[in-house]
Design a protein. Sequence first.
Length: 114
Amino acid sequence: MANTFSYNPTVSSQLKQSPRVKKIQFGNGYFQITGDGINSNMETWNLGFIVGDTAKQAIEDFFIAEGGYTYFNWTAPMNGATQKQYICPQWNITPLANNNYNITATFNEFPGLT
């Protein structure tokens, strides 16, 4: 059973979608485009968190435990109450004043699970 990431972004969240397509080029400049596979439009979220020491450690421990390849459940800001599966292949932690931290993270939707 997958873990659940329960922190909500506090500074920013950006949804990026780049559908995978296949393009077949024919003569005289004609071409045909189709979706590439059944999960051709997966979500990528760039997230930002401003947190204190305790939350920083909990978020960092979560990301390290998942290792960048293990999927976890998360509810995106625009998905209502619908959880999807994601991986977090990259995150950055920047120390701020007064024992606060800016954490930025990338969540990629994990294909094949519902």
